[in-house]
Design a binder for this molecule. Structure first.
Ligand code: AMP
Ligand code: ZN
Length: 465
């Protein structure tokens, strides 16, 4: 497998440290608001990577949930995003985190992103973060200001390694204007922030330096190394994290351990709106619920994302959503015909194996999902493959594409209630996983909503009771 590595600026051959377990850390959501579909694009690309790795190796995939400490500004000023949401919604910071985290996983599952092996919440790892800051203090990398403990980036000579010197100098130039008097260097960042003297924070902890809360960057280093060791095979995130967050993670982790932190840095490009950047704090964002309300199923959004390479920007529009939804519907209809023609029996032959290899090679070439998706289209229309061979290949392809290619949504003049559609999607997944007990339970749940579900060679069919 080849992956574009931000650290080397090449497509590098992927060699895990230990073939018995690949280690991967992905920066998770900050749970002070709904995830927008830009955030979700990043999790879809990370899921494609996870699924492709799992074709060859067992994978330990860790994702954090930032439920404290992410400040409104990356320059260590402004308030904590969680506490800001408290004022906005009149709920406790803990309730806000719980609510948006639950919502996040709902969206994540609906997009068929496979769950990480470990989900680590920042508020449950304060001890590990304090220990890491202490190590950095003992090694002479920290200093104290009136509002916190800071990392002195001038003590870490490789600070600009990930981004390149030019961009860091640009950053310094820009940051200098706003730099607080007490910071020694523009790129220095907070490891531990003190609670304000005049105000009690909802989320605060004791530490050797005083009551306060951890910086956002220390969170990822502490949790990644706790679960995956000092050197990770892969660390992922959106492209916006390269300059500050990941650069700071390297500085903290490598200064503390004296070892290389990450072998492959893999970053996904942004989803953008015609009007510019999609941003949570700016309030200009589209969520998966907005798409659902407009009648799109979540997997149509996954289809849209698969059609663009993860390292190219993707401009979102409702025209492209329409076309993704239509293509997915057509592809499923063709898959369904293949299955009927094959009488539901997949036929593994040298030819179907060769197609699987082509598909795998596309994914292993820096996750070329557009090419992999194109192969699925070519296969359904191919005149040389038998229906059984096509079925064998397409079922394999769908273990990576995860588009429910063999679910044929019921055509009806009356749209199904959203809840019934959701239950049908869940049931299709349960059936694909041969979880018959769950499939039966979901059939009962659908019946309670007033619909009878039948399993036909074309997939699930529903009728009103
Ligand atoms: P956050 O919840 O803001 O910490 O972001 C979660 C993930 O989404 C991070 O990996 C970000 O880099 C990524 N991200 C943020 N905005 C976008 C966007 N517009 N398109 C793609 N990924 C994004
Ligand atoms: Zn992170």
């Amino acid at each position: 497998m080849y992956l574009y590595n931000t650290a080397t600026r090449h497509k590098d051959e992927f060699k895990p440290q230990n073939e018995k377990q690949v280690t991967m850390y992905c920066c998770g959501p900050t749970v002070y608001n709904y995830a927008h579909i830009g955030n979700l694009r990043t999790y879809i690309f990370e899921d494609l990577l996870a699924r492709t790795i799992r074709l060859h190796y067992p994978l330990k995939h860790v994702m954090n949930v930032t439920d404290v400490g992410h400040l409104v500004s990356d320059a260590d000023d402004g308030e904590d995003k969680m506490e800001v949401a408290t004022a906005r919604e009149g709920k406790s910071a803990w309730d806000i985190a719980k609510f948006y985290e639950a919502k996040f996983w709902q969206d994540y599952d609906a997009l068929h992103c496979s769950r990480p092996s470990v989900i680590s919440r920042a508020t449950e790892h304060i001890k590990e973060m304090i220990a890491l800051v202490k190590t950095l203090e003992e090694k002479g990398y920290t200093y104290r200001t009136s509002d916190g403990i800071y990392y002195d980036t001038s003590k870490f000579p490789r600070y600009d390694a990930l981004v390149g010197h030019a961009r860091i100098s640009g950053l310094q130039g820009g940051a200098r204007v706003e730099m607080s008097d007490e910071k020694r260097n523009p790129t220095d960042f907070a490891l531990w922030k003190f609670s304000p003297k005049d105000k009690k924070r909802q989320m605060e902890w004791d530490s050797p330096w005083g009551v306060g809360f951890p910086g956002w960057h220390i969170e990822c280093s502490a949790m990644a190394m706790k679960y995956l060791g000092h050197t990770l095979d892969i660390h992922c995130g959106g492209i916006d994290h390269v300059t500050i967050h990941h650069t700071n993670e390297i500085a903290q982790s490598e200064a503390a351990t004296g070892e290389k932190y990450v072998n492959y840095w893999v970053h996904g490009e942004f989803l953008i709106l015609r009007s510019g950047k999609m941003s949570k704090s700016g309030g200009t964002f589209v969520t998966l619920d907005v798409l659902r309300e407009k009648g799109y199923e979540p997997l149509a959004y996954r289809y849209l994302c698969l059609g663009a390479h993860y390292r190219t920007q993707l401009e979102f529009s409702y025209e492209s959503m329409d076309s993704a939804a239509k293509s997915l519907k057509n592809l499923r209809a063709l898959c369904s015909q293949v299955r009927t023609a094959a009488q539901n029996r997949a036929q593994q032959t040298d030819k179907s194996r060769a197609w699987k290899e082509k598909f795998t090679a596309a994914m292993e070439d820096d996750l070329n999902a557009p090419k992999a998706l194109a192969l699925a289209w070519e296969a359904v229309r191919n005149a040389e493959l038998t229906p059984g061979e096509k079925l064998d290949f397409l079922q394999f392809a769908d273990t990576i594409l995860a588009l429910d290619l063999f679910v044929q949504p019921e055509v009806s003049s009356e749209p199904l209630p959203e809840e019934v559609t959701r239950l049908l999607e869940e049931r299709a997944r349960a059936r694909a996983a041969k979880d018959w007990k769950k499939s039966d339970e979901l059939r009962d749940a659908i019946a309670q909503k007033g619909y009878v579900v039948k399993d036909t060679p074309k997939g699930q069919q529903t009728e009103k009771k």
